[in-house]
Design a protein around this ligand. Structure first.
Ligand code: ATP
Length: 272
């Protein structure tokens, strides 16, 4: 089963039901899903090496989702096995004073992957139309104007050699409750618990509305959104990995061919 991009102009439902794994994958044992993922990740790794060697294009992956939706876990499972030299991960937090003193895309542009790299955003410029909207950190005309700015920015990126993929990891309210409880119950997960997460949970419907609008208004031909049913972790990872693999297959990065100078050097070295 391959995840399709959100239909252009559509407002995603983001209901609890749509967070459940697709029927075809719901009952596949975890071990089998992890085995399939390993095969996909091997292919991503091979393509990543070629992308790096080619050094001409970049891939940007945006991960968004409510607290506990699995942004960190997706990064670990899908991108963890890659050569770290070719991967750049950026987590976007509450803007620092220097970030806040600039336009909202300033810190984002600084984190755009260089040619040859895969960049992963753990949260992103979308926070500026999500948390900012839900918590009224800026007036509506300010965050509303950002949708067009984001579309223009992402278009500019794609036209200058960066492919952009955007994933919204979508979990149900019940799954979030269980994951938050696990953070409280499991000593190895305690560090992840943040009392603020409960306040955010209270704003669930506000966030769902903000996400649905943001996805609809920024779902472009050049930077599509994928809504990932994320209640089951190994399914989530596999669905994301498949899209990344297919995108890299399409980009088909090439190892640079040996030029005339290298051929001469080889002749010299052979005789040495
Ligand atoms: P995770 O993303 O894995 O859940 P976290 O929520 O614990 O991690 P934090 O250290 O709390 O990560 O930092 C992320 C916080 O920063 C989020 O609450 C997010 O909404 C907030 N944030 C990110 N960008 C902005 C922004 N532009 N304006 C205001 N808040 C922002």
């Amino acid at each position: 089963m391959h995840l399709k991009p959100l239909r252009r102009g559509a407002r995603p439902a983001l209901t609890d039901a749509s967070a459940a794994p697709p029927a075809a994958l719901a009952d596949v044992p975890k071990r089998d899903l992890r085995k399939r993922l390993a095969g996909i990740v091997d292919r991503i790794a091979a393509r990543q090496t070629a992308l790096f060697a080619e050094g001409k294009r970049a891939l940007l992956i945006v991960l968004q989702g409510l607290d506990t939706s699995g942004k960190d876990g997706t990064i670990r499972h899908v991108f963890g096995p890659l050569n770290p030299m070719g991967v750049q991960i950026t987590s976007f937090k509450v803007p620092t004073p220097i970030e806040a003193a600039h336009d909202f895309l300033w810190r984002v542009h600084l984190a755009i992957p260089a040619k040859g790299m895969i960049g992963i955003f753990n949260r992103s410029h979308y926070e500026d139309v999500l948390v900012v909207r839900v918590h009224r950190l800026a007036p509506e005309p300010v965050w509303r104007a950002r949708f067009d700015m984001i579309n223009g920015f992402e278009r500019y990126l794609t036209e200058t050699g960066t492919t952009v993929l955007k994933f919204c990891l979508h979990i149900s309210r019940e799954e979030q409750r269980e994951r938050l409880l696990a953070r409280l119950d499991d000593p190895e997960k305690n560090w992840k618990f943040n009392a603020g997460d409960l306040k955010e949970r209270d704003r669930w419907t506000d966030y769902v509305r903000a996400y649905a609008d943001a996805l609809r208004l920024t779902n472009t031909a050049w930077a599509p959104w994928y809504v990932v049913p994320a209640d089951r972790k190994p399914v989530r990872d596999m669905l994301v990995a498949e899209v990344v693999r297919d995108t890299l297959d399409r980009l088909n990065p090439r190892y640079p061919a040996v030029g005339a100078e290298a051929r001469q050097l080889r002749a010299i070295l052979r005789k040495d």
